[in-house]
Design a protein around this ligand. Structure first.
Ligand SMILES: [Zn+2]
Ligand SMILES: [Zn+2]
Length: 299
């Protein structure tokens, strides 16, 4: 028996059908990618999926996210919207892949909604420009593909709010200076709330967003470990990211129920999760979730 066969590469018809409803009434958070800019064989780049009542929102587009999205049982056409917290490359590397596969895998013309801070439109325009040859090839080859990828960009700032399907979204400013502007999102559905803080240090906008949330997802670093690496460029990251302790203090201050940590810098070793959790538990008495890619929390 060969290790692969032609049948391995056939595309099941169901992949091309519209998204089935998720069929749940709660909110489900899946860490698609728990990595960071540092390449890691086991962790995709920063990306989190939030699902509720058939709505699926992708927050950030890190390296390899579509592989993990498939692992979570979703394909690109099933995405309701993409939210971007900021324009650092590790949160955007695979936006081009999302745009392309959302376009070519949909059986009919559709628009991909992308929300992000000011600058988002420039990034999407440049991404579409880079994809121009590919778009030409596919339009020339596929008779039933009649239009270019359609992407609707909405640039958002603090205080904005909007709905994506069953999920209501609120935007707040975060502090990831000198990267600015940056935003965090509070997603609410079915009486449940999840905050996606993105990168940054604790700030008033994040506190306000997190107030009473069921879950708070924060990208974190371990400054104690980063400081041991004799590399000035690596140590530069300490001053604009939340440490594990920072995130846990924000969670405690805001009365969050569940703290979800992701974007582990340096990469969290397989046997190190207890040590990371213990650091957070010094400041936060609620549930603390961290783990590998595809770790899922129901709230
Ligand atoms: Zn960043
Ligand atoms: Zn980052």
């Amino acid at each position: 028996m060969p290790r692969w066969s032609s049948s391995s590469f056939s595309v099941p018809t169901r992949l091309w059908l519209p998204a089935p409803p998720v069929g749940r009434t709660d909110v489900q958070i899946t860490l698609l990618g728990t990595g960071s800019p540092i390449p890691d064989p086991l962790r995709a780049g920063p990306s989190t999926l939030v699902r509720s009542e058939g709505t699926a929102i992708l927050v950030d587009c890190g390296r390899g996210l579509l592989m993990r999205l498939a692992g979570a049982g979703l394909l690109p056409p099933m995405l309701s919207a993409v939210l971007v917290t900021h324009l650092h490359s590790d949160h955007l590397t695979d936006l081009n892949d999302v745009i392309t596969m959302h376009w070519v895998m949909n059986p009919r013309p559709v628009t991909l909604s992308v929300f992000g801070p000011p600058g988002m439109r420039e990034v999407v325009d440049a991404t579409l420009a880079a994809l121009a040859p590919d778009i030409r090839y596919r339009l020339a080859h596929h008779a039933d593909l009649t239009g270019r990828p359609s992407v609707q960009v909405t640039e958002v700032t603090r205080g904005n709010s909007f709905d994506v399907g069953a999920i209501a979204v609120r935007v707040a400013a975060t502090d990831h200076r000198p990267v600015e502007p940056t935003v965090g999102y509070r997603l609410e559905s079915d009486g449940r709330s999840a905050v996606l803080g993105g990168d940054g240090v604790p700030c008033a906008g994040l506190d306000e967003l997190c107030k009473g949330a069921d879950a708070y997802v924060q990208t974190v670093i371990r400054d104690d470990l980063v400081r041991q690496v004799p590399n000035a460029r690596f140590q530069d990251i300490v001053d604009y990211h939340s440490t594990v302790e920072d995130a846990s203090r924000t969670a405690a201050r805001a009365g969050v129920r569940t703290l979800v940590l992701t974007h582990y810098v340096p990469p969290m070793a397989a046997d190190a999760s207890d040590a990371w959790r213990a650091l957070a538990a010094q400041h936060f008495a609620g549930e603390i979730v961290l783990g590998d890619d595809l770790t899922t929390v129901d709230i």
